[in-house]
Design a protein around this ligand. Structure first.
Ligand code: ZN
Length: 154
């Protein structure tokens, strides 16, 4: 069957950036399963999967606007080191769990540490990145009523 809304779709994928470096891949594990048409995947990849069927292989290039968004400079902040005093071994590249104004959990990456403040970046690690996917469709089936109610694959 062809991929349409409310199908459970399983894919294997490898994600690379413009330089060809692998950013993520399902190759070493289970395929990624999601319910089509429920924002389970980034929009640019989901739209390319529409109408495909099991066994199809394809390449998809996804621009940041259809991927993890463009990088937002307002999400890069200088924070006084005093405010970070409770964090042990604060270092460049460290990922800090935090919450945004609406209480959703977010990840802040420590970009640099100065003598009095640190630069924290709340952008998604893949914001602003053009994404290149190599995708194989493993299986397609209708979601059950229970899966649709729960919003996830069983
Ligand atoms: Zn469930």
């Amino acid at each position: 069957m062809q991929i349409a809304d409310n199908c459970v779709v399983a894919i294997h994928y490898t994600l690379t950036d413009d330089s060809g470096a692998t950013l993520d891949s399902s190759a070493d594990g289970d395929p990624l399963s999601y319910i089509h048409g429920t924002n389970g995947l980034i929009p640019g990849l989901e739209s390319d999967l529409h109408g495909k069927q099991a066994g199809d292989e394809f390449q998809a290039t996804v621009q940041p606007e259809e991927g993890y968004g463009v990088s937002d400079p307002s999400l890069v902040r200088e924070v006084p080191l005093e405010a970070l005093a409770q964090i042990e071994n604060l270092s460049d590249g460290m990922q800090l769990q935090s919450q945004d104004a609406e209480g959703r959990s977010i990840v802040l990456v420590v970009e640099s540490i100065g003598s009095e403040s640190a630069t924290l970046n709340a952008n998604h690690a893949l914001a602003g990145v053009v994404l290149h996917f190599a995708v194989t469709v493993e299986s397609v089936r209708k979601a059950t009523a229970e899966e649709l109610e729960h919003g996830h694959v069983h």
